[in-house]
Structure formats: C-alpha cells, structure tokens
Design a protein around this ligand. Structure first.
Ligand SMILES: [Zn+2]
Length: 132
C-alpha cells in the first residue's frame, strides 16, 4: 500500500455513500450506479487515489446491476483477498495503492479471461479517452 490515510481523512474526502462502500467494503444498490450503463471509451480510476483500474474495452454487461469487466487494465494495481463474509467464499478485489474496496471477481466471465470483475460504480471515477 502506498497511500495511507486515517479514517478521519477518508471521511473528509468522500461522501458518506462513497465511504461506506470503498472504505467499509459495502455494496451499492444494483442498477443504481452511474457507471453501470456507461459505454463511453475511456479509463476507470480508483475513486480514493486515482490509480488506473480498468479500461472500457474490457467492460461488458453481465446483467448483474454493477459495472462488469473481464480484465483489469494493463498495469493496474488490483489485489485479491479471500472474503468469507455473508456466509460465502468470494474473492474481493481492492486497490493495492490505497486499499479501497472495489468489488468482487467471479470465475464466470467471458473469454479470454473467463473472469468477471463486479465493481461498485461509486468506487471509480471515469476519464474519457485514454488508450483506445
Ligand atoms: Zn486506490
């Protein structure tokens, strides 16, 4: 982790909803996020620290209500941890720079990776353009 802030600093930087999802591993309501039906070309960055996470060319509609990607962007810094909350074993994905919760990755995505990153809109900011 390269960015470390106190709880108080995160609370000042983020809205209550952003704080709840990104810093407390919450989940936004499905079909509610601003990036769910968002198809512009560009890059998705970590809300908390701005690091690159995903590029729009790996985004697809999984019908699950959250933005879905089949791969992280080249050079993205995403780490995986086993999440056993809610009586399930899932793989949680976090920003490795600031440890923000992003969402989960599931083994049921499309080719070429076969993975589905199910990510909360509220944890990302979008920058139009970037690599095409
Ligand atoms: Zn981050």
């Amino acid at each position: 982790m390269t960015i470390q802030k106190t709880d108080q600093q995160w609370r000042e930087q983020l809205t209550p909803e952003q704080y709840r999802v990104a810093r407390q591993a919450g989940t936004e309501r499905p079909f509610s996020g601003e990036h769910y039906r968002h198809n512009k070309p560009g890059d998705y960055h970590c809300l908390c620290c701005g690091t690159l996470l995903f590029h729009s060319d790996a985004k697809f509609d999984a019908g699950c209500g959250w933005p879905s990607f089949y791969a992280e962007a080249a050079g993205a810094n995403i780490r995986r941890i086993t999440d056993t909350s809610h009586g399930m074993v899932r793989v949680e994905v976090r920003c490795s720079h600031c440890d923000a919760h992003l969402g989960h990755v599931f083994p049921d995505g499309p080719e070429p990776t076969g993975e589905r990153y199910c990510i909360n809109s509220v944890c990302m900011t979008f920058k139009e353009g970037g690599k095409v």
